[in-house]
Ligand binder design. Structure first.
Ligand SMILES: C[S@@+](CC[C@H](N)C(=O)[O-])C[C@H]1O[C@@H](n2cnc3c(N)ncnc32)[C@H](O)[C@@H]1O
Length: 177
């Protein structure tokens, strides 16, 4: 492997420690949320562990716009029951590529649903209304204008169990493009 290739490959490695360019987020959590600096990392990790605990006790997580579904596989390998995981993507091909990539078409117990989250006439997702506790969306909201973002958020909320005690929407989006 050439130096250049190995440098590029390293960009996608898993890093045990969080990257150095975390300062702005750290400052915000420290100054705004008053979390002591040495507790920020465990605070963030606790949120993920709380989600895992929720799933282990029967909670359901949805990944909206999941593409290959790598988040779902990570959660499954972190010991949450895969049967409590749902992935939705507009492109059936991405869901299929996920099965090919992870070689788990016959073993992954989560649901992979191909559907348009923005189409109000698509009722194929109604079966998961009132079933979800945690809704994850990454690199999804920033694809849309404000109106569609509101529709997407509204759709996510419809998936929540009516009696969900700690319904949560989590993920990451880009603020500006
Ligand atoms: C930028 S990718 C992000 C994929 C993944 N969440 C990630 O973080 O790598 C956005 C994904 O959202 C899906 N998507 C876009 N519009 C959608 C819609 N209306 N309903 C469902 N999925 C949609 C795309 O097919 C694509 O897989």
């Amino acid at each position: 492997m050439t130096d250049r290739t190995s440098t590029e490959a390293n960009r996608f490695d898993y890093h045990e420690e969080l990257p150095a360019d975390k300062e702005r987020v750290w400052s915000l959590l420290q100054s705004y949320s008053h979390i002591p600096r040495d507790e920020i990392e465990s605070h963030l990790r606790d949120i993920y562990f709380n989600i895992l605990e929720c799933l282990k006790s029967g909670g359901v997580l949805l990944d909206a716009g999941c593409a290959f579904g790598y988040i779902l596989r990570q959660i499954a390998i972190d010991d949450a029951p895969a049967a409590n995981l749902i992935g939705i993507d507009l492109q059936r091909g991405f869901l299929d590529l996920g099965y090919d990539l992870f070689k788990d078409r016959d073993t992954f117990e989560g649901k992979s649903l191909a559907s348009d989250l923005l189409n109000p006439d698509d009722h194929s997702l109604d079966v998961i209304n009132d079933t979800v506790d945690v809704s994850h969306a990454a690199a999804l909201f920033h694809l849309f204008d404000w109106e569609d973002q509101v529709s997407l958020g509204t759709r996510q909320v419809k998936f929540f169990k009516k009696d969900a005690k700690q319904a949560m929407i989590v993920g990451r989006q880009i603020g500006t493009l």
